[in-house]
Ligand binder design. Structure first.
Ligand code: CP
Ligand code: NVA
Length: 309
């Protein structure tokens, strides 16, 4: 049984296999409708339980479509509707019950330990649909989008992140090791990446760099990633944090330093970290990026269910 919790714990070979399968499947359903099932119906009869402790638009919808296109079904729970969320049942018992009814469990949570505990007590695969320390399904899908658009292996590209040192960046850092790409991070001095993940990655990726000047970080970039300065349930002095990031706003003027045909990506939802003009420009590929989550998550589900071709 394979969980999908943090990219850093998944072998590169497996991640590459997931992307290959996603490419094949995406190509093979060009003429199908949204809810048509892939011809081989690989997850027919399988049931994915999803639980959200935090808001979600994309992850929720894309996992719904993903499991349905594979022939399976799903339910979405809010944790406060469960005894667990009310303090009336233990996580262990909840995990055992989920494993009795379901074949897979996707969890978005504010607590990394909770995902680990679910994985320990479950007899079914657990997928991390965003936690404080990572957002692995998002970033694996973003690698897919970059390669689809550029038709190049991501290892030959200059990738840049301008913004907060958050869960999405942690997964991007892990991906830079797994897929071997150059990654420049542009962030303010007091908002540098998580030391554990950065130090782990730095040992394997010499081309992982942090700059406190966005103009240097973005130099020659093929792809620029960003995310909200204030994440879901971020317990910070918001005014102070937004002020610290003022210089790091993605503007057309800053983007002059990137490569001419740069790609702009943003996992969404967005805040004030990117100029509207940039977000709406032809270089911005955020809608395709959101759509591709369906395709990549299908192959993640197949990986977890032991059905990857
Ligand atoms: N990008 C992303 O995970 O979006 P949601 O929070 O809407 O799921
Ligand atoms: N960093 C953001 C990502 C949202 C998809 C958050 O955790 O809220």
């Amino acid at each position: 049984m394979k969980h999908f919790i943090h990219l850093k714990d998944i072998p590169s070979r497996d991640l590459r296999k997931i992307l290959l399968d996603a490419k094949r499947r995406k190509n093979s359903r060009k003429k199908l409708n949204t809810l048509d099932i892939d011809k081989d119906k690989p997850l027919r009869g399988k049931f994915l339980i999803q639980m959200f402790e935090k808001s979600s638009l994309r992850t929720r919808l894309s996992f719904n479509l993903a499991i349905k296109q594979l022939g399976g079904g799903t339910i979405t729970l809010r944790s406060n509707e469960l005894h667990l969320g009310q303090g009336g049942e233990s996580l262990e018992d909840t995990a055992k019950i989920l494993s009795t009814y379901g074949d897979g469990f996707m969890l978005r949570t504010d607590d990394d330990k909770k995902i680990d505990n679910f994985a320990n007590y479950s007899n079914i695969p657990v997928i991390n649909g965003l936690s404080p320390s990572s957002h692995p399904t998002q970033i694996l899908s973003d690698v897919f989008t970059v390669e689809e658009l550029t038709k190049k292996n991501i290892s030959s590209l200059n990738i840049c992140w301008i913004g907060d040192s958050n869960n999405v960046l942690n997964s991007l850092i892990a991906a830079s090791v797994k897929f071997n790409f150059k990654l420049n991070i542009g962030c303010p001095k007091n908002y540098t990446p998580n030391k554990n993940i950065f130090n782990w990655a730095k040992k394997m990726n010499k081309d992982l760099k942090i700059y406190h000047d966005p103009k240097i970080a973005i130099q020659n970039a093929d792809v620029i990633f960003s995310d909200k300065v204030i994440s879901l349930n971020d317990k910070v002095d918001k005014k102070k944090k937004l002020e610290a990031f003022k210089k790091f706003k993605i503007t057309s003027s800053l983007l002059k330093k990137a490569k001419k045909n740069y790609i702009f990506l943003h996992c969404l939802p967005r805040g004030s970290e990117v100029e509207d003009k940039v977000f709406q420009s032809k270089n911005s590929q955020v809608w395709l990026q959101a759509l591709n989550r369906v395709h990549v998550q299908k192959s993640i589900l197949l990986y977890c269910f032991g059905k990857l071709r």
